[in-house]
Design a protein around this ligand. Structure first.
Ligand SMILES: NC(=O)c1ccc[n+]([C@@H]2O[C@H](COP(=O)([O-])OP(=O)(O)OC[C@H]3O[C@@H](n4cnc5c(N)ncnc54)[C@H](OP(=O)(O)O)[C@@H]3O)[C@@H](O)[C@H]2O)c1
Length: 321
């Protein structure tokens, strides 16, 4: 089978496409013919091993697992002996940010992990684009109760931000969102009731105050967003913040009783994937897909995602149908 390989950490030019043995599923695993995956910021962190702490999971000096990929959408081709919850031919999608070798024509995955059925109304590309962003966005939203509350989503066109606007709206929030010039209508279509163009105005000087500020590109800070928060408002970022301040702030700021920080350590991937299967089926969630690349152009896909300018998701097309 063909697979995207990286034997060293680095920029996209370390990537090659090689022929490897097709994997065999263990007793509790399914064998999947992969049709689509995304190239996302987690994959970029795995490729570059940045931040450095990634190396403790991926391999200190070089990648322990040479096949990249953290999400997949495909078809089950074979079952391990103990698998009873799926059948051959099922269309499935799933995710593990630690890396699951999904940039390959075939992969194996535990049947009781973060894997669910792709509903009939979703394509492989749409399913693959409905996992990473929504998982991180949901892990922000579920830290608080957004129902009936006002939320400012900063970075609403990103993979996580675009999912955050849709999911926060779905869970009952009134969402104001920031985006760059030209993306206003797109972000409105995701459910935002008001848009602020962060390139034209300083969004931190907005007159409205919010129950929650979700900085989904991690480009701002608690200090800068404090004026935007109501007296007990909460700031949550998808990044660690300047000098990693969001971790200590999340531990201590709540004890002062006012505006504070929470940090969204992502957990429960299986729940996120099952929830997204349902939301896709109900037509509640529609992923933003900006670009699709063939497997051979994987280095171009990474270069674009590393630019930090992608809108929503970038899909990598793997095996032919
Ligand atoms: N916590 C975690 O576990 C975790 C996991 C994955 C990723 N992350 C981090 O989360 C962040 C977002 O990831 P993502 O995949 O959603 O990002 P992304 O899709 O790459 O976001 C790109 C979008 O961000 C907007 N943007 C770029 N620079 C900006 C700026 N200076 N201010 C405001 N918006 C800006 C741009 O849209 P506009 O021009 O329309 O604004 C761009 O389209 C990244 O920093 C990533 O490293 C965290």
């Amino acid at each position: 089978m063909k697979a995207v390989i990286y034997r060293d950490y680095g920029l996209p030019d370390v990537l090659t496409i090689e022929e490897l043995e097709k994997p065999t599923p263990k007793d509790n695993e399914v064998l999947i013919r992969v049709h689509a995956a995304t190239v996302n910021r987690t994959d970029c962190a795995n490729l570059t091993a940045k931040p450095f702490v990634m190396r403790f999971g991926l391999g200190l000096f070089k990648p322990k697992n040479p096949i990249l990929g953290t999400d997949f959408a495909g078809v089950i081709e074979a079952l391990g002996k103990k698998v009873t919850n799926f059948k051959v031919g099922d269309r499935v999608f799933g995710f593990n940010d630690l890396g699951i070798s999904s940039y390959a024509e075939y992969m194996t995955f535990p049947s009781n992990d973060a894997i669910a059925i792709i509903p009939d109304n979703a394509s492989f590309e749409e399913a693959a684009s409905s996992i990473e962003g929504p998982h991180y966005a949901y892990n922000v939203i579920n830290k608080v109760d957004v129902k009936g509350k006002t939320v400012l989503v900063h970075g609403a066109t990103g993979g996580i931000g675009s999912a955050c606007v849709q999911l926060a709206t779905h869970f009952g929030a009134k969402v104001t969102a920031t985006c760059g010039t030209g993306n206003e209508l797109l972000v409105k279509s995701l459910g935002a009731i008001r848009i602020i163009d962060w390139q034209m105005t300083d969004f931190t000087k907005d007159k409205e105050q919010f129950d929650f500020v979700f900085d989904m590109v991690g480009k701002s800070s608690f200090g800068a967003c404090k004026p935007l928060l109501k007296p007990k408002g909460v700031y949550i970022s998808s990044e660690l913040g300047p000098n990693g301040e969001n971790i200590p702030l999340s531990l201590f700021s709540k004890y002062f009783g006012g505006k504070h920080v929470l940090f969204p350590f992502p957990s429960d991937r299986p729940h996120s994937v099952k929830m997204m299967s349902l939301l896709l089926k109900e037509g509640v969630y529609k992923p933003l897909i900006e670009r699709e690349y063939e497997m051979e152009a994987v280095a171009d896909a990474f270069s674009y995602v590393l630019s930090g300018q992608k809108i929503g998701n970038v899909v990598l097309k793997i095996a032919e149908r």
